[in-house]
Design a protein around this ligand. Structure first.
Ligand SMILES: [Zn+2]
Length: 82
């Protein structure tokens, strides 16, 4: 299963990360945005990407940006259900 996807509203490359509330959140991959605000980490066993405040020890944290903040069509995005 891949965490990589394309935003249905604006076509940008995004990653899906699981938040502490077990919700899927779209984020812009590292390097997409100059001011990342969402650190995410990948579980190397399952390949699942998490956006939780406490990464498991030894996991690499990478800076991403919430796509809700950067998507030009954020309002439409939010109403749409995946
Ligand atoms: Zn978008």
């Amino acid at each position: 299963m891949s965490n990589q996807d394309t935003c249905r509203s604006c076509g940008a490359d995004i990653w899906w990360a699981i938040t502490a509330k077990k919700k899927r959140m779209p984020v812009d991959p590292p390097g997409t945005h100059p001011e990342p605000n969402v650190p995410v980490w990948r579980d190397t066993l399952t390949g699942i990407l998490y956006a939780t405040p406490e990464p498991r020890p030894g996991m690499t944290v990478v800076p991403t940006t919430s796509h809700f903040a950067t998507c030009p069509n954020a309002a439409r995005h939010r109403r749409r259900r995946a």
